[in-house]
Design a binder for this molecule. Sequence first.
Ligand code: T4K
Length: 378
Amino acid sequence: MKPFEKPVFVTRPFLPPISDFCDGLEEIWDNKLLTNNGPLVQRLEKKLADFMGTKNITLFTNGTLALQLGLQGLDLSGEVITTPFSFVATTHVLYWNKLKPVFCDIEPNWFTIDPDRIEALINPWTTAILAVHVFGYPCHVEKLEKIAKKNKLMLIYDAAHAFGVRIDGKTIAHFGDLSMFSFHATKFFHTLEGGMLVFQKEMLKTKFNYLKNFGFKNETEVLMPGTNAKMNEMQALMGLLLLDYVDKMIEKRRKIFFAYRECLSNLPGICFSPELNALVHYNYAYVPIQIHADEFGMGRDDLYQSLKRFNIYARRYFYPLIPDFVPYRALSNSDPLLTARGVSERILTLPIYDDLSVDDVYRLCEIIAYIQKGKKVF
Ligand code: T4K
C-alpha cells in the first residue's frame, strides 16, 4: 500500500480564484482604507447579517477575541459551567474575564455538554453556561434553554465549528443569548483569521463595537477598557468571496463525510456518531470517529501514528481534555468527566476539505483497513 504523494492534512483552506482576490485588492488599494471598519468589513457584515437572519452581529479579528469580548460585554462574574471537550480557547476566554470554569461532562453521542449533569454543578456563584457545538454538532439547545431560564443563567455558545448549521430552518445562533463563530483558515468558511458574535439583544452591538476598538465612543471619549480586535479589509475580502461558495462547500463535504461512513462503518472498532435529527442542516465541519482498541485491534494513538507513515495527518481533536492542560489542572472538579475522558482517548478527526476527492477518501479508508490488518506499521 503506497503512501499519498502529497501530505493529506486534517484540513486545507478553501480559496477562491486568485484573480477574484486580486480584483478585490485593487479596490482596497484604491480606498487606502485597510482596517478600522472599512467598506469591505461593512459589506461583509451586512451580507452575514442576511445570512444569519439578524442585524445583531459584529465581526472580529478572530474567534477567540470575539468570545472573550462577548463575555466581557455581558458583564459576567463568578463561575461558568462549560465543557472540557473543546479547543482550549473556549476556557481561555473565561480566564481572561476572571471567570472560574466549572467543567461538566459531555454526552456520548455528539460530545456536547450533557444537560442532565449541569444542574448538580450550579451554585449561587454560577452566572452562565458556555456550551460548544463541537464539530458543528448542535448542543441539546432546548434542554439547555430550560436549565438556563430556570436558574437565571446566561446561555452562551461557542459555535466556532457551526457556521451554516441550522435547526428546523433556524440558524444555530437563534439559540442562546450569544454565539461565537470562528472564521479561522481551518474552518470551511473563513476570513484568513476572523470571528463573529451573534446575539439576541440589539443594544449589545454598540458595546461590542466599543470593546473591539479600545473602548472608543468617539475621538475623545473612551467608555470602557476595550482592546484591538477589529477585522481588517483583507480578511473581509476573503469572506465576501467565500460566502458565494458556502452551499457548494457544504455539499462537497457531505459527499466526503458519507464516503467515510460508507467505507469505515463495517470495520470493527470504528464508531461514528449517530445520524443527526432530520431537522438539523449540518455543515460537515469535521469527521470525528472513535477507535475502540479492543475491537479495532490497536489503539487510537497507534492508528494516528501509523497514518503518518502514509502521509496522512489526522488529528486528535480534542485530546488532551482542557482540564488536563497546565493552567487548569489545579481546578477542583466535582464531575469526574468520565465520558469526556473516554471520548478524548478514542477520538480521531479524519481529513475533510474541498480539494479532497471522494477517491482520495476511498484510498484513505483502504489504508486504515490495511493498517488494521497489519497492526502497527511504524
Ligand atoms: N472555540 C473552538 C471550539 C475552536 O475550535 C476554536 C479554534 C476557537 C474557539 C478559537 O477560534 P479562533 O480564535 O481560532 O478563530 C486549529 C485552529 O488554529 C483553530 O482555529 C481551531 N479552533 C482548532 C480546532 O484547530 P491547530 O493548532 O490544530 O491548527 P494547525 O495549524 O495545526 O492546523 C491544522 C491543519 O490545517 C494543519 O495541519 C494544516 C492545515 N492548515 C492550517 C492552516 C492554519 C492549512 O492547510 N493552512 C493553514 O493556513 O488549531
